[in-house]
Write a protein that binds this ligand. Structure first.
Ligand code: ZN
Length: 455
């Protein structure tokens, strides 16, 4: 049992002062109560549930900062960036992937995320031959997770075709590709790869997109992990929308609404190219929009219609996707600022009852838990103890209270305010740094030195 004493805390009953939170040996919150003098292991400032990072491709972290020059194409775009990404990943070995994933997970924890939902599609050797163990790369992500202590929801990705016309995968895509039978075997091997990780680990499934998977294969994929999260990239780029429309006769969101019966277990990543009726209809299904505002800005994807989505009751989560920058406060700020820039407004996602910061934070707690298939997101007995602490003495937090703390963290501060993080009760960030920071960083530096010159 670990006991925390918090000066301020965000609970399902709202903000409370001076409370005790007990974390059981099972990694769940055992008790939340007024400070009754129980001796505490840790006295902390501002205690919050820690959200999940709902979308990541860990290996792309190693490209951060390397794709900001103009290429030979007259107009740099998502598609020219993707070519660079494909070239880069030809060099990656399982050892690289393990070192990069551990570093990414460490950065996520230090940013206040308790869970890494990994959309995992780098499966095979360069050239496309599977490893002897088809889940070799999943094993490496599991090994990284054992070191970082983050909660993992692994989503093995089915990626079959190079486009809606079912063309074969291009040379840059051959490390991702499987036919449905090979994917089922890979998925089963991935379950074995996770067997030694803690009980909060989840296995889901992710068809890459309507570009890369035969529509008729989608229901079968759902049955591989009927209780696990089901994620798919959706409507990220205009060219993708047009390609799907030409092939299937419907825009991606229209097709999904008509054919997939999306609901609670579904998360659709990006959703930056939706019409207003699509936004409203998809929001009403209960599916989560998995937004990646920093990456979507970096790649010029477009602006998610957050105001319409929320007005229709839509759920949302944030993820760091390309991992060009892993920063929870900045994802939330970028999401809100994108709405303000588009509409020339302020406090765009706030309501009459709650500030912008509170709305955003509460939304990603709930939506992140749903996207990760994880029983978390609230400071309440029985939930997994995914917790983070903001520094109550920070110059921009001291003397403030309630929702203003979240506004100050998201809009005036950054993740350096994060002091402590627990994932399912594992205390992985202490006094602002991950407990294995030195070893994880040293391994990442070695991997990066080895990859130098790959772009
Ligand atoms: Zn993605």
């Amino acid at each position: 049992m670990t006991t925390l004493r918090a000066a301020q805390a965000l609970t399902p009953d709202g903000w409370r002062r001076n409370i005790i939170v007990e974390i059981g040996a099972d990694g769940r919150i055992a008790r939340v109560a007024a400070d009754d003098g129980t001796p505490a292991d840790h006295s902390v400032g501002i205690l919050l549930p820690a959200p999940a990072n709902a979308h990541s491709h860990a290996f792309q972290r190693a490209m951060a900062g390397l794709t900001e020059r103009r290429g030979p194409d007259p107009r740099d775009s998502f598609w020219t960036w993707r070519k660079l990404m494909y070239r880069f990943l030809d060099r990656l070995t399982p050892e690289h992937v393990e070192a990069i994933a551990a570093f990414v997970q460490m950065e996520m924890l230090e940013a206040g995320y308790a869970t890494n939902v990994e959309f995992h599609y780098l499966h095979h050797q360069p050239g496309g031959t599977p490893y002897d163990n088809p889940a070799e790369m999943a094993e490496r992500i599991a090994a990284a997770t054992a070191q970082s202590g983050i909660g993992l929801a692994l989503l093995p990705v089915h990626y079959q075709f190079g486009g809606c016309d079912r063309r074969p995968l291009g040379p840059g895509q051959c490390r991702f590709g499987t036919d449905p039978d090979a994917f089922a075997a890979l998925h089963a091997a991935s379950a074995r790869a996770l067997a030694a990780l803690p009980a909060d680990t989840r296995l889901g499934v992710a068809p890459h997109s309507l570009r890369a998977v035969a529509p008729e294969a989608l229901p079968g994929l759902r049955t591989l992990a009927p209780k696990g999260p089901f994620h798919m990239h959706l409507a990220e780029q205009q060219a993708e929308v047009e390609e799907v429309q030409a092939a299937l006769g419907q825009r991606p969101v229209e097709w999904v609404l008509d054919h997939l019966a999306p609901g609670d277990g579904f998360t659709f990543i990006h959703c930056t190219q939706m019409t207003p009726p699509e936004t409203e209809a998809l929001a009403r299904t209960g599916a989560v929009a998995g937004l990646c505002p920093i990456t979507e800005s970096s790649l010029g994807d477009g602006i998610f219609d957050g105001i319409r989505w929320r007005a229709a009751g839509g759920r949302l989560a944030v993820g760091s996707d390309s991992n060009i920058r892993i920063a929870l406060s900045e994802e939330l700020r970028t999401l809100e600022y994108s709405q303000r820039l588009r509409d020339r407004s302020r406090a765009a996602l706030a309501t009459a009852e709650a500030s912008t910061g509170r709305i955003l934070y509460a939304a990603v707690l709930e939506g992140g838990a749903q996207a990760a298939g994880r029983d978390t997101g609230a400071l309440a007995p029985g939930r997994r103890a995914d917790l983070m602490v903001l520094d109550g003495d920070h110059v921009d937090l001291a003397g403030r209270e309630g929702d203003t703390l979240l506004d100050s963290y998201i809009f005036a501060g950054d993740d350096r305010m994060v002091r402590e993080v627990w994932s399912a009760g594992r205390h992985m960030v202490r006094d602002g740094a991950h407990v294995a920071r030195e070893a994880i960083t040293a391994a990442y530096r070695r991997a990066m030195a080895n990859l130098r010159g790959a772009l």
